[in-house]
Write a protein that binds this ligand. Structure first.
Ligand code: ADP
Ligand code: MG
Length: 903
């Protein structure tokens, strides 16, 4: 309240200055908060008509209630300008400032003055910096701490409102005004990553809000939140500020537009209000918001899923229109209505402040746009600083006085300053999303690492197993090779000894050679014992490997499945061992057989003669058995061999790696196959298959020979013949026939095919698969034994064919003739070897029995041979057959007539 006559009644006892931190840099955790909190809180939350009781104590309030904060008012006087220097030269200033007392004396008359107290009194010498710190900085700090703040300049046109608020200070840094300095402080504190600063800049003129940042936008409406009463301008352009420079440019742009707009409207900027709004949104750090624990304990983080807190402070800087009464400005040329409208907002502001100052029940905020916009600044929740500007000239004493009165009233307005913070659910959700991503990435990584680890372990286990396997295999292989080598050596030794025996025998001392053989047998027995010992050693090795495997098992407690695999391998190895033992048994029996053979040789030598070949035409058995059984002793030994060793093992030796072993095994099988009683067993045990396989896979002619011999023996019964055919035997035999050179091999092959030729059912198949051609192909070998088998085959085939023709199952010419056998037949019909001749004679008779063959036979010269047979054949049955055939065939009859042959 003004007091006259220099009274010391003050309108406030609060030391405004004490709350300022003019020389301290701003920080996010500035003391301002402490400052606010240390202030007495209103227990009622009501506006108080305080006259400076801000320092006094009161009860604490809930968070939601604000803290009382009176509108602060500073007065600033402009220095005299050049014009005033001249015009007012003779007059004293109407105002006297007492800054140290925060008092202002307004001279009424030369002899009287009124004294007013303000929160701050700024003389004409006050620097812009000081004005900022005194008037604006506390508000800016509040805004940074999440409160709304207002800084406003009120005063007559030309007193320095714009100078105080809006100077850009580009020409002189010290001249920077409050807007520029405020933004500097804001930008220095906020974090561009987490916080945001955005700005809108408006002009209010004749109750119209224009956007200074978007010239086209010239009628922005005010929107009020019905719940909170907060006002906003959604239509105003909001520009995000990231650096000071862009802000200064924005201000310049806005100012230029303000100037242009006012020119266009024929107005002055002094009649419009400029409003800068700075929205500061800051996320609060250091609180239990969950934001800070991104790298920390996740479970803790998840437990405290409180959304982060954001503080939203809004700084409103208002450069009001000139406060002088409109009719006084004179130069504007507006109608009265216009003038009313021009001044509406400012006078409404005055009315509101009056009402607030007087604590009236009704405050007419709704009367103007300015008061609606500034509702929060006066009597609301904002921290508000007002600077009233005055000039020194006594010519404007009236305006100066009214400005001072405005300031005095404003000082009585009490706000309830309220923290503007809210939970930022969006940002929480964003943070949680990031955390989720991070966790799922981490999970993926761990999963991969886990899988890799499993892979690595199983690889290691596999390596160990294969290592163990390898050791096993190596050891077994070593043993096997050793046995095979020993065996070969034994055989070689035996052969050498046999040669020696023979030589000695030539020198004829049968008894001594017999003794020598006995000695050899003894040697061999020793050898056998040695091998038994080696086998034991092998077994021991197997045992030690078993122990190794067990150890491995123990050390591999983690990989149970691997251990199971290892077990299985162990069993396999045990089986292998068994097989090896079987092999050893076979070798034993082979040794046994050798000893029998040696015995036999000795006996033959003893007898001084050799066994004669007793082969008959229909059996190769004795031929295959190079030494036919000549006594109960050997039959017994073969039986024993069979018994001891087992057929399966003998057959398995057919696949032995060592060629000698294979040959020997084939020989044994061939020998066995010569016995009719064994044939079925051999076939059952897969021997036939193995023999055919040998024909196919082996390159060795000896093997071919012996295998073919064995096949020939097996081919003596009908079932086996069919099996041989079914398993592709003809092809294999044909191949062997084509490749063999040795007459004995060809004899065996031919013998086998010959046997097959005797099967009625197989005729067509045999011929189709080239059996006859193969047979005829072997003619190239001149050996009579081979030719005898070919002849036998042809005879067999002709016989079956004849039977089929007689039964009407075959028509057409003989397949033998078709395959070109006739010339050879005719040629050999009178072969001096009876084994050939007999078969051919028979074959000719069979062919001749069918008229369909007759013509060809005649052309081929067979008539003469048939006639000869009918006359000279030593076997009567054949002779008769030939005769009857010739007589009964009309074709032959005709030919004989032509040739004048009479039977
Ligand atoms: P308003 O905005 O109140 O109409 P201005 O800020 O435009 O007044 O000031 C009018 C004139 O006075 C300008 O030329 C300005 O530079 C000058 N002026 C105002 N205040 C000061 C001050 N404190 N020191 C120096 N010059 C000032
Ligand atoms: Mg101005």
């Amino acid at each position: 309240m003004a007091t006259s006559g220099g009274g010391n009644v003050r309108n406030g006892t609060h030391n405004y200055r004490s709350s300022l931190k003019s020389d301290r840099p701003l920080s996010a955790n500035s003391n301002l908060k402490n400052h606010v909190k240390s202030k007495p809180l209103s227990s009622t939350g009501q506006r108080r008509n305080s006259t400076g009781t801000i320092g006094s104590a009161s009860a604490a309030s809930k968070d939601d209630d604000g803290v009382p904060g009176r509108v602060r008012v500073a007065v600033r006087m402009r220095p005299r300008n050049a014009e005033e220097m001249v015009a007012d030269a003779d007059y004293a200033d109407c105002v006297e400032l007492q800054p140290e007392l925060k008092r202002l004396k307004l001279r009424k008359h030369n002899w009287d003055s009124e004294t007013y107290e303000f929160d701050e009194v700024l003389t004409e010498f006050a620097s812009q910096k000081r004005v900022y710190e005194v008037v604006a900085r506390p508000v800016v700090e509040s805004v940074l701490d999440g409160y709304n703040g207002t800084i406003m300049a009120y005063g007559q046109t030309g007193t320095g409102k714009t100078y105080t608020l809006g100077r850009l200070g580009e020409e002189d840094t010290a001249a920077r005004g409050i807007m520029v300095r405020a933004m500097e402080d804001i930008l220095a504190v906020v974090s561009l990553e987490t916080d945001s600063v955005s700005v809108s800049y408006l002009q209010l003129y004749m109750e119209t809000i224009q956007d200074l940042l978007d010239p086209a936008n010239d009628n922005i409406s005010i929107v009020e939140d019905p719940k909170t009463g907060d006002v906003s301008l959604p239509g105003a352009k909001l520009v995000e500020i990231r650096d000071q420079q862009s802000f200064v440019e924005l201000l310049r742009f806005g100012e230029a537009h303000r100037f242009a707009a006012n020119t266009k409207l024929n107005t002055e900027s002094s009649r419009s209000h400029a409003i800068l709004m700075v929205h500061v949104k800051r996320s609060v750090k250091g609180r239990d918001s969950g934001l800070s624990s991104e790298n920390g304990n996740h479970s803790h983080m998840i437990k405290s899923l409180k959304p982060p807190v954001v503080q939203k402070g809004k700084l409103v800087v208002v450069d009001l229109a000139g406060s002088e009464r409109i009719d006084k400005s004179g130069s504007e040329g507006h109608t009265l209505e216009e003038a009313k409208s021009i001044n509406l907002s400012l006078s409404a502001l005055g009315k509101c402040i009056n009402a607030l100052a007087e604590n009236s029940a009704h405050v007419p905020f709704r009367d103007s746009k300015l008061t609606r916009l500034l509702r929060d600044s006066f009597g609301g929740t904002a921290r508000t600083s007002l600077v009233i500007t005055i000039g020194p000239s006594p010519r404007h004493r009236g305006e100066t006085a009214s400005t001072i009165m405005f300031g005095q009233r404003a000082m009585k307005v009490e706000n309830m300053v309220k923290l503007r913070e809210e939970f930022d659910y969006k940002s929480l959700s964003r943070t949680l999303d990031i955390q989720l991503d991070t966790l799922s990435m981490e999970h993926e990584r761990q999963q991969k690492a886990f899988e890799d680890e499993i892979d690595r372990l199983s690889r290691e286990a596999k390596c160990q197993i294969s290592e163990a396997e390898k050791q096993y295999t190596d050891a077994l292989e070593k043993e096997r090779l050793k046995y095979q080598k020993d065996y070969s050596e034994a055989v070689k030794k035996l052969e050498e000894q046999m040669v020696m025996v023979q030589q000695k025998n030539e020198n004829s001392h049968p008894t001594s050679s017999g003794e020598l053989s006995a000695k050899e047998v003894a040697d061999l027995k020793k050898l056998l014992q040695k091998e038994t010992l080696s086998r034991k050693a092998a077994e021991e090795e197997v045992n030690s490997l078993k122990i190794q495997v067990t150890d491995l098992k123990k050390s591999e407690a983690s990989g149970k499945s691997e251990i199971l695999k290892l077990h299985k391998k162990l069993e396999d190895e045990a089986r292998q061992k068994e097989k090896l033992q079987g092999d050893i048994a076979i070798l034993q029996s082979q040794l046994l057989q050798l000893s029998i053979e040696a015995d036999e040789t000795r006996r033959q030598l003893d007898r001084g003669g050799s066994a004669k070949d007793a082969s008959g035409p229909d059996s190769l058995s004795s031929q295959v058995k190079q030494q036919p059984p000549s006594g109960n002793g050997e039959k017994a030994s073969i039986a024993k061999l069979f018994e001891q060793v087992g057929l399966q093992r003998i057959l398995s030796l057919l696949e032995a790696e060592d060629a000698d072993v294979r040959i020997h095994a084939v020989k044994v099988v061939a020998n066995l196959a010569a016995e009719e009683t064994n044939q079925e067993k051999i076939v059952e045990a897969g021997g036939l298959k193995s023999l055919l396989m040998l024909l196919k896979s082996s390159q060795d002619e000896i093997i071919h020979r012996v295998a073919a011999g064995a096949i020939a023996n097996l081919a003596m019964n009908e079932t086996n013949q069919e099996l041989i055919m079914a398993q592709g035997g003809i092809n294999l035999l044909s191949m062997a026939a084509a490749n063999a050179e040795d007459p004995q091999t060809l004899r065996m092959v031919a013998g086998a095919i010959a046997n097959l030729c005797g099967n009625d059912k197989l005729q067509t198949k045999l011929r189709a698969e080239g059996g006859i051609k193969a047979l005829l192909g072997m003619i190239r070998c001149k050996h009579p034994d081979v030719h005898a088998q070919i002849a036998r085959g042809i005879a067999n085939f002709a016989k079956c064919e004849s039977r089929a023709s007689t039964q009407g199952m075959k028509t057409g010419r003989s397949l033998l003739i078709e395959d070109g056998a006739l010339p050879w037949i005719v040629q050999n019909a009178n072969n001096e070897a009876s084994s050939i001749r007999r078969h051919i004679e028979l074959a000719l008779c069979h062919l001749a029995q069918h008229e369909v063959n007759a013509k060809h036979m005649i052309t081929g010269g067979a008539v003469w041979e048939l006639v000869r047979i009918s006359r000279d054949c030593s076997r009567e049955d054949i002779r008769t057959l030939a005769h009857r055939t010739l007589v009964s065939s009309p074709t032959f009859q005709a030919e004989m007539k032509r040739l004048k042959i009479v039977l």
